[in-house]
Design a protein around this ligand. Structure first.
Ligand code: CDP
Ligand code: MG
Length: 723
């Protein structure tokens, strides 16, 4: 084990070695770490099993070396013959990037050459790439261009227990691909090896799905972990986490702390809270280095979590559930687990998706407890896991998390399946079938957006173009129509900005200053235009300053002065460029409306007409398009610049459910635009009498039977409910 002779790990790291010596020491330490991994002794057996079985399920605890080592074993055993790649999917971008970085280092090759990664909006692979880590969503996209995934000799579905929508679709898809490749080429030559890897023990389900595929267990290393529960339930989780981590810091032995939080906002607040408290730490305490890790963090920042803290410093990692199993961060000894997770929840009845904070499942709590790695300690010492809830509460948790496919909006997945030529989506071989209602809703949604024909097939060109854009169908459509309104640049900015969290940075003690700064970008017409203004101002600043180190500082200063979250904004600019490339690839013009924001607002109305809301007498808003099930009353979220304003009619992009239903990212529109721009859904006749909007009864008159047969009964939306 690394540094096993040195109990004073901080001291040893203090020694300053010349560069090359440092590098060779690091290589040696990596080699030692690899040799000590539980998977290493199982190497030959694993390779033999992959030879013998076309499909294999591998189970092994987090940290046993599955993700980093197995692909290397397979490469050395010749599984990437004839130029074929070994592809490994990850549910999360962070994992794909950090693991690829690590494996490239282990193999002594430059990232992007033999070992690469591919995630949405970022590709680090080349013709030389043999081991490719990618998000599950990216592999699905690749299947659009190469339906039999011929580039791959082996595909590893990693972290299968996470059961993300994309993983679930891949499982079904790959089962078919494997059968087809065997059918075409006979069992050996071009066959596709499939490996499903999971960190939890629920292997039976995967095995059963793949016709009783063989299961291999990797013996894990069990380190003792002490578990603590609270006596009472905690009302303020952030505060409880802060107190716990400070207590660990002042009272416990060295070792890094991992705190599980629910999202970027919570992580950033906690980061600030810790920094506020730093000056008050007792003299002589270790220093604290706070490292955030969450999905939206740019890749180069994510890697920081893996770098050991400098001597005399304790690393405090603030992570989302990303750190449960997807990434292995060495050196963690203490885990603070508030027991909460942000989870997608979709109500197909009303067709709206929201993100809500819910208790974790027992399986998740167990994983969080196990995130404890002692690679740097001389002897395994007990780890400590502080659960910020009562033992009673633990007993009441659900056993396992419900697969995401059962609780999310399926429009994007259904669009991809259609693009893959799978027309009978209801009959697709899902490991766990999503609710039929959810599939029907998404078919209907895509039909409304013009992506499907009356026969339920992908429409040409709209559906085909939408499937090619790596965006939610609603945003893809918005971009497609934006050129007609002369505002594709503005829509691109808006979509890119909506893809990241927290553009504005509002420190608690400087709320006034932050609000004043925001005024500079403010548009009285809504959040979308405000976001566009921020991006315009930022790009101006970047262009003004040119390249170079000085200008980087200048940009940072600009962000600080304007209370802008630079990380988020840079990522948005990145996304902008990527989508711009996709738009150009489908030959759509990229044009700007300049200062004519009315065109842009009209485009927003035309694109997001399904998300329109109208003011009611009591000051609340009601979703404009009313259906039997959809009689939602909403309010404008306090974070919106339109909060507190009384606007006749608005479109919005997000529905958030807390104590009430809020809409976020709101822009004012003219109510008469709806019947004009979405005439099929909003009648024009009675608009002036205040009886709109309503929907034509015969909207689906032309729908064919076939795949969409059940629409007739399943579409409450076809019933008119005038106000
Ligand atoms: O996939 P699994 O959870 O079984 O393990 P892994 O991700 O392959 O990690 C194996 C070991 O590699 C960990 O215990 C870490 O010591 C090390 N590792 C690392 O140092 N940095 C990374 N980015 C990934 C792994
Ligand atoms: Mg792994």
């Amino acid at each position: 084990m690394a540094a096993s002779k040195s109990p004073g790990r901080f001291k040893q790291r203090n020694a300053i070695a010349p560069h090359s010596q440092q590098a060779s020491a690091r290589r040696k330490s990596i080699e030692e770490q690899r040799r000590a991994l539980p998977i290493t002794i199982a190497r030959q057996k694993l390779v033999d099993e992959v030879h013998k079985n076309d499909t294999l399920v591998i189970i092994g605890e987090t940290g046993s070396g599955k993700t980093t080592q197995l692909p290397q074993f397979l490469l050395r055993a010749g599984f990437s013959k004839r130029g074929k790649m070994i592809g490994i999917t990850q549910p999360r971008r962070v994992a794909a990037v950090t693991v690829a970085t690590r494996v490239a280092e282990e193999m002594g090759s430059e990232l992007g050459r033999e070992v690469g990664y591919s995630i949405r909006f970022e590709d680090a692979t080349s013709d030389l790439t043999r081991i490719k880590y990618m998000t599950d969503g990216m592999l699905l996209r690749e299947a659009l261009l190469d339906p039999l995934l011929r580039k791959y000799g082996v595909i590893v579905i990693d972290e299968a227990h996470e059961r993300t929508v994309h993983t679930d679709v891949l499982l079904g898809l790959l089962k078919g691909v494997q059968a087809k490749r065997t059918e075409e080429h006979g069992p050996k030559k071009e066959s596709l090896k499939l490996i499903v890897m999971s960190a939890t023990l629920d292997a039976q389900g995967f095995s059963a799905f793949f016709n009783n595929a063989k299961i291999v267990y990797i013996q894990g290393r069990q380190f003792p972990v002490e578990i603590f529960y609270t006596f009472t339930s905690e009302a303020d989780i952030l505060d409880a986490s802060l107190i716990t981590l400070l207590q660990i810091h002042t009272e416990e032995e060295p070792g890094d702390i991992l705190v599980f939080l629910t999202g970027q906002e919570e992580i950033e607040s906690m980061d600030r809270l810790i920094h506020d408290r730093l000056p008050r730490l007792p003299p002589g305490s270790l220093k604290i280095q706070v490292v955030p890790i969450y999905a939206a963090l740019p890749s180069e920042q994510q890697v920081k979590a893996f770098i050991p803290a400098p001597p005399g410093t304790r690393k405090v990692i603030l992570a989302t559930n990303i750190a449960e199993t997807s990434v292995t961060i060495p050196g963690i000894r203490y885990v603070v687990d508030p027991g909460l997770v942000k989870s997608r929840s979709y109500n197909p009845r009303i067709g709206l998706e929201s993100l809500i904070v819910v208790p974790v499942s027992k399986a998740q709590a167990l994983q969080r407890r196990l995130v404890y790695h002692v690679t740097r300690f001389a002897f395994p010492r007990p780890g400590k896991c502080y659960r910020l809830y009562m033992e009673e509460t633990f007993k009441q948790l659900e056993n396992a998390t419900v697969p995401e496919i059962k609780r999310c909006n399926l429009a994007s997945v259904v669009l991809q399946l259609k693009a893959l030529g799978i027309d009978d989506v209801l009959g697709f071989d899902f490991m766990d079938k999503p609710p039929k209602m959810a599939i029907l809703k998404s078919l209907e949604h895509l039909y409304i957006l013009g992506a499907l024909t009356d026969e339920g097939k992908l429409s040409d060109p709209v559906g085909i173009q939408m499937a090619r854009l790596p965006l939610e169908p609603l945003y893809a459509k918005a971009l497609l129509i934006s050129a007609n309104f002369n505002c594709s640049k503005e829509m691109l900015s808006a979509v890119a900005m909506l893809s990241v969290e927290s553009i504005f940075f509002v420190p608690k003690d400087k709320k006034k200053e932050a609000d004043a700064a925001k005024q500079r970008f403010l548009s009285g017409d809504g959040d979308h235009i405000t976001l566009v203004s921020v991006m315009r101002a930022f790009t101006d600043e970047v262009n003004k300053s040119g390249g170079g180190v000085v200008s980087k500082k200048q940009i940072l200063r600009w962000c600080i002065e304007n209370y802008i979250n630079m990380r988020s904004l840079k990522r948005a600019v990145d996304i902008y460029r990527q989508i711009e490339g996709c738009i150009q690839a489908i030959n759509l013009p990229v044009v700007s409306c300049g200062e004519d924001f009315t065109s842009f607002r009209r485009c927003l109305a035309a694109a997001f007409f399904l998300n329109a809301a109208c003011l009611q007498q009591d000051g609340t808003y009601r979703i404009a398009l009313r259906t039997l099930a959809n009689t939602q009353v909403v309010s404008i979220h306090p974070s919106s610049i339109m909060h507190g304003k009384k606007l006749d009619c608005v479109v919005f992009n997000e529905l958030v459910k807390t104590n009430k239903q809020f809409i976020r990212n709101v822009t004012r529109i003219d109510s008469l635009w709806l019947p004009e721009l979405a005439p099929h859904f909003y009648g024009t006749r009675d608009a002036r009498r205040g009886e709109w909007p309503y929907r034509h009864r015969n909207n689906f008159r032309n729908l064919n039977l076939g795949v969409l047969r059940s629409f007739a009964t399943a579409l409450p939306i076809a019933v008119i409910f005038p106000f």
